[in-house]
Design a protein around this ligand. Structure first.
Ligand code: SF4
Ligand code: SF4
Length: 131
């Protein structure tokens, strides 16, 4: 299984049925899927989905056809000058891409980042931005 992050733009979901339609796009692939996280961000509803790795391409294509945004990996940058190492972003990061080192300083791993954007609004200093 592998984790992907998708965004349902606000305009896409006007009623509950619209949400079911998107989920059905995934279920049509005849796979089991775990919804790891459900949140709202600036651009829409973010879902973290745990899906079989061999289905990633077909699911991505099916979602894109339905105007769902499949976020690319590594889409944030952290401005270390602004960061005060408060850790607020760390607890929200689903992949441990943001963590505090043994000295309590923030570290960011581009490779682990899913680009979910959950950390962006959490930062009181505006130190995290989408790239
Ligand atoms: S966007 Fe932020 S919260 Fe999401 S995986 Fe990347 S570092 Fe973690
Ligand atoms: S929330 Fe912002 S200030 Fe706090 S550790 Fe994360 S990047 Fe740094």
């Amino acid at each position: 299984m592998t984790v992907i992050n998708v965004t349902l733009p606000f305009g896409l979901i006007k009623k509950v049925d619209d949400y079911s339609k998107i989920i059905n796009v995934i279920l049509e692939q005849q796979i089991s899927v775990n919804i790891l996280k459900f949140s709202t961000g600036r651009s829409g509803i973010n879902l973290l989905l745990d899906i079989p790795e061999d289905k990633i391409n077909s699911i991505t294509e099916a979602l894109k056809k339905n105007k769902v945004i499949v976020n690319k990996k590594g889409r944030v940058i952290v401005d270390i000058e602004k960061c005060i190492d408060c850790g607020a972003c760390v607890s929200l990061c689903p992949t441990d891409a943001l963590h505090l080192d043994e000295k309590g300083l923030l570290e960011y791993s581009l490779e682990r980042c899913l680009g979910c954007g959950l950390c962006i609004d959490a930062c009181p200093r505006g130190a995290i931005e989408e790239t």
